[in-house]
Design a protein around this ligand. Structure first.
Ligand code: SF4
Length: 470
């Protein structure tokens, strides 16, 4: 497949996006960190199917591109009320050590299929809060991974940081362990919002950590913000954005809060009447886009911004962006081995997910079994649509002939229904169509998942499950 031949549709971001347009697309939609999305995974795909996928990769030998690794650490010290992650809130620190012992078992089972010493180009520790583990435990985890895999020199090693659990000394330890990228969960600097979501972290603490991280030479530092939280309003969010500009992280992830209390129990502690209304939320998003682009950030796509010299922004300019379960990245698409409770991986033409509860995860490992409980073997149609959707999400362009040749189809005829559905998006100036390609316009970039949804075979049936496009 010739996906890498695509060039980016645009590499600059419009400073202003009409609020009316954003409002119109304020509907649920997938984030497309995978296609098909995880709600399509089935129980019929389990440990045996995953083991086969790993063995096939092993057979490919040295020809297989280096792996990405994801390690999920599920524990958090306290509960953030907006949380939709798979986490376990506990103050029992000893649970981290027990978890590490089980992770070691899982790694052994994976290595038994994959072969010891598989090359790894990218490592990401996520959660929960990876920094729930203390320095010694994180050191043991890294030693374990180094005994099992071969880390490619110069590869990315990133970790999510809960600023409430680290200080400059801990950051120095992370640097010594080889981490070169950090992601700080900030969400909002406003004290009233922090109180409403039960996540108190003074701005001064985040600024001090940023200074320490820069002094330690971390290559890229990301900050997560969320708009649509309780007690947020346009004035308070404008102050948060001004503080963010002063902080000047290399990357910003700006997520919309999706209030789904029937699915995510912690959100039941958030009163619906404390949330900003849809119109305010849309105006906050428009203000954020304006503030960030004015401050020199490049819009990468799907909630992500980066400074122009950050590798993500460079990759976007050069048409080398990719997208996986961790969001946008610069590494070519490849296999992702996921470790830990509820972790989702991608190997060959399959997706797999580990048991979602710690009890089930430990139980399967006690039986000496890989803890995969669901997943998906992608059909040819899934692979074709994944190519189309990722081309849209990463490069904002579909070249009909290139994909048509790769899949032996007449692209326009094959997607005749989808082309008809694109009509309104063309009329609204979000996409341009020629005989040879579809291009997402500058404005369309901010609503790119609405364009991708047109090519999603499964989306309409499951819309209510997803967060909002805006
Ligand atoms: S938002 Fe993050 S830190 Fe807060 S409870 Fe959820 S996983 Fe833990």
């Amino acid at each position: 497949m010739n996906a890498h031949a695509f060039v980016p549709a645009c590499d600059r971001s419009p400073a202003v996006l009409p609020v009316e347009l954003l409002r119109q697309f304020d509907v649920p939609g997938p984030r497309y960190t995978s296609y098909p999305t995880a709600d399509r995974f089935v129980d019929a795909f389990g440990a045996d199917e995953y083991a086969r996928a790993l063995s096939m990769r092993r057979l490919a030998g040295a020809g297989a591109p280096a792996l990405s690794l994801y390690v999920h650490i599920p524990f958090c010290e306290s509960l953030c009320y907006y949380c939709a992650c798979n986490k376990i809130v506990t103050r029992h620190r000893e649970r981290g050590r027990q978890y590490l012992a089980y992770l070691a078992r899982e790694i052994e089972l994976q290595v038994a299929q994959l072969g010891r010493g598989a090359a790894v180009a990218q490592l990401h520790l996520g959660g929960g809060s990876p920094t729930f583990l203390d320095d010694a435990e994180l050191g043991e985890l890294m030693a374990l991974l180094h005994r099992s895999f071969s880390f490619v020199p110069g590869g990315e090693r990133s970790i999510e940081i809960d600023p409430r659990t680290v200080d400059a000394q801990r950051l120095a330890h992370l640097a010594a362990l080889g981490f070169n990228r950090l992601s700080f969960g900030v969400q909002d600097f406003d004290p009233a919002v922090q109180q409403a979501v039960h996540r108190i972290q003074p701005a001064s603490q985040v600024f001090a950590l940023m200074d320490a991280a820069r002094a330690l030479g971390f290559e890229s530092i990301n900050v997560d913000l969320i708009y649509g939280l309780p007690q947020q309003n346009e004035a308070s969010f404008a102050r948060t954005l001004a503080q963010l500009r002063a902080l000047r992280p290399d990357r910003v992830a700006l997520y919309a809060y999706a209030h789904l209390p029937e699915r995510f129990k912690p959100q039941r502690r958030i009163a619906a009447d404390a949330l900003p209304d849809a119109a305010t939320r849309v105006r906050m998003l428009a203000a954020a886009i304006g503030q960030l682009t004015e401050a020199g950030y490049v819009y990468i796509g799907m909630d992500h911004f980066a400074l122009p010299d950050d590798p993500l922004a460079i990759a976007k300019r050069e048409g080398r962006l990719h997208r996986d379960f961790q969001g946008y990245g610069v590494r070519p698409e490849g296999d992702l081995v996921a470790l830990g409770v509820s972790a989702i991986g991608r190997v060959g033409a399959t997706y797999s997910q580990n048991a979602k509860t710690l009890e089930d995860y430990y139980d399967l490992l006690d039986q000496g079994r890989l803890p995969v409980v669901r997943g998906l073997a992608l059909s040819r149609d899934d692979l074709l649509r994944r190519t189309v959707i990722m081309a849209l999400m990463c490069r904002g362009r579909i070249e009909f002939d290139a994909i048509g040749e790769a899949y032996a189809i007449d692209f326009r005829r094959h997607f005749a229904t989808e082309f008809a559905a694109l009509g309104p998006l063309v009329a609204q100036g979000l996409v341009r169509l020629s005989d040879h390609d579809l291009t997402v316009t500058e404005q369309g970039w901010f609503l790119v998942r609405a364009v991708a949804m047109v090519f999603d075979r499964y989306c309409s049936a499951n819309r209510a499950r997803f967060s909002r496009v805006v």
